[in-house]
Each structure stands twice: as structure tokens, then as C-alpha cells.
Design a protein. Structure first.
Length: 279
């Protein structure tokens, strides 16, 4: 019988559609937890479409994968790839050539139970959507993080995912809203958090602004969470702290001022100065 560490948190990161930042979120939360001293394993279950290794800069260090482990070919420790910068962060990549039916939900549950003895956190990067890969990824999870964007189509797909998680008897479901553009929210061109809460009705654990530094960090294979100049990096740090039980206030995002907004402000300041001089 496999021994299980009940203190290990198993978290699945999922989304209703691709392209909302699910894998980026997995990489950054994993790095954030490792920065806090926790021993963290990231499991990529997006078989056939793996990307987590690229975001961590580990694509050239992979020798074995998830399918090799679950098929019994090798023990899981032999497939783990240690991160170059964070010594307590490990990746278990999946296969690029097999399909999502190559790993079963039961195999993931058994694997996570075995790995939980050695890790404080196990983060599972789930394939987008609600097909078999989703069922496999969520099977072992204690906590589900649903990543969406403030667009009606993304929120609608997130709502479907939440329904599937409920059907899978997952009770601890948390929301992350990614790629927020405050200027568009202010104009009513993007949904605000109240709109999203009205639709999804689950607790939000993080709001991440749209940030060009995420793209540049991703291209270098470095999680943006380590960049203290990045608003997205700070937002990921805050999410990590909340997952560890800290009470962290949400960030307030400033909207970008247009040229005319700035001009109007300058005119008002000048008028105030003139008025003061007259007095």
C-alpha cells in the first residue's frame, strides 16, 4: 500500500479554453512556492502538447516522461528534472508523442500518493477543456485553480469547467483572472471582477494584469514571479502567499492615461496655479 503525506497539497491548474495563461500560471506559482522554501513538483499532464518545460527553460534536460513513469518503465524520481535556479522545484514532463489516453486517472492518483511523501506541493498542469485529459488531471487534486480572462467567451468556458469539477466532487475551487487590462475594464470593454463573480460565483484568489514582461520572461524560460518590477510578477507572488494561508490584499491596477487625459490634467494644474497666484 502506498504511503501518503496528508500535509502535501495537490493542486490542479485548469481552464476552459487554451491561451488564457494556465501553464504560465502553473510555472509561476511553482517557482513562487519554491522561492518560499517549499519542495514542489510540477506534473505536466497535457500529453501530446507539453509546454511547461519550455516555460521553465528545461526542454533540453528531459530524458523520461510521465508515460514512462505510469507505464512502470521507470520510477518517478528518475524522470524528475530539477530547475536550474530553484533547487526545490522539480518538473515531471509528459510525452510529446503519445495521446491523452496514455495515462489514466487511477494512475495519476497512485503517482501523486507516492510523490506526496517527498513534496510539500504537487501542481498539475491540466489540458484545456473537458475531455479525457481533464478527467485524468483532476483526479488526485485537493484544490482546483481555474484560470480565465475577463472576456465573456473565456468566462463561459470557465463556468463549464467549474461544473465539471463539481461533478468530480471537487469542493475547493478557486479562481484566477488573468490578463486584465484596466483601461479596457474602465471603458466597459472587458468584464470587471464583479461581473465575473456574478457569473462564476467562486472565490477569486488572484487577479493578474496584462504585462509585456510575462512574454519576455516566457521566451527566456524564466518565470516572471522573480521580477519585482513586473506587476504580473507581484500578482503571482500574492497568489502564492494566499495559497500558503497569508491574508494579502488585492492589487489596485492603474489605468493607462491617454494623451488627452494627460493634457486635461496639465491644464487643470495650470489653472489651479493661476488661481492660487491670483489669491
Amino acid at each position: 500500500m502506498t504511503q501518503t503525506n496528508t500535509n502535501c497539497k495537490i493542486i490542479v491548474i485548469t481552464s476552459g479554453k487554451g491561451g488564457v495563461g494556465k501553464t504560465t500560471t502553473t510555472a509561476n506559482i511553482g517557482a513562487g512556492l519554491a522561492m518560499k522554501g517549499y519542495k514542489v513538483a510540477l506534473i505536466d499532464t497535457d500529453t501530446g502538447l507539453r509546454n511547461l518545460d519550455l516555460l521553465l527553460g528545461l526542454e533540453n534536460r528531459i530524458m523520461y516522461d510521465l508515460v514512462d513513469v505510469t507505464s512502470g518503465k521507470i520510477p518517478y524520481k528518475k524522470a524528475l528534472v530539477r530547475h536550474k535556479k530553484y533547487e526545490t522545484l522539480f518538473l515531471l514532463p509528459t510525452s510529446q508523442t503519445k495521446d491523452k489516453l496514455a495515462v489514466s486517472p487511477e494512475q495519476v492518483v497512485t503517482l501523486c500518493a507516492e510523490m506526496s511523501v517527498d513534496f510539500d506541493f504537487i501542481l498539475i498542469d491540466c489540458p484545456a477543456g473537458i475531455e479525457q485529459g481533464f478527467k485524468t488531471a483532476v483526479a488526485a487534486a485537493d484544490i482546483a485553480l481555474v484560470v480565465t480572462m475577463p472576456e465573456i467567451s473565456a468566462v463561459r468556458d470557465a463556468d463549464k469547467i467549474i461544473g465539471e469539477l463539481n461533478r468530480a466532487d471537487k469542493e475547493n475551487i478557486l479562481l484566477i483572472v488573468n490578463r486584465i487590462r484596466p483601461d479596457m475594464v474602465a471603458k466597459g470593454e472587458m468584464l470587471d471582477l464583479d461581473d465575473i463573480n456574478d457569473i462564476l460565483a467562486i472565490k477569486c484568489i488572484g487577479q493578474i494584469p496584462d504585462d509585456e514582461m510575462v512574454v519576455s520572461s516566457t521566451n527566456r524560460g524564466e518565470p516572471v514571479i522573480a521580477n519585482t518590477k513586473s506587476q504580473a510578477g507581484i500578482a503571482y507572488q500574492n497568489i502564492t502567499r494566499r495559497l500558503c494561508g497569508e491574508d494579502v490584499p488585492f492589487m489596485t491596477f492603474r489605468t493607462k492615461e491617454s494623451f488627452f487625459d494627460r493634457l486635461k490634467k496639465i491644464i487643470l494644474i495650470k489653472e489651479s496655479i493661476i488661481l492660487c497666484l491670483r489669491l
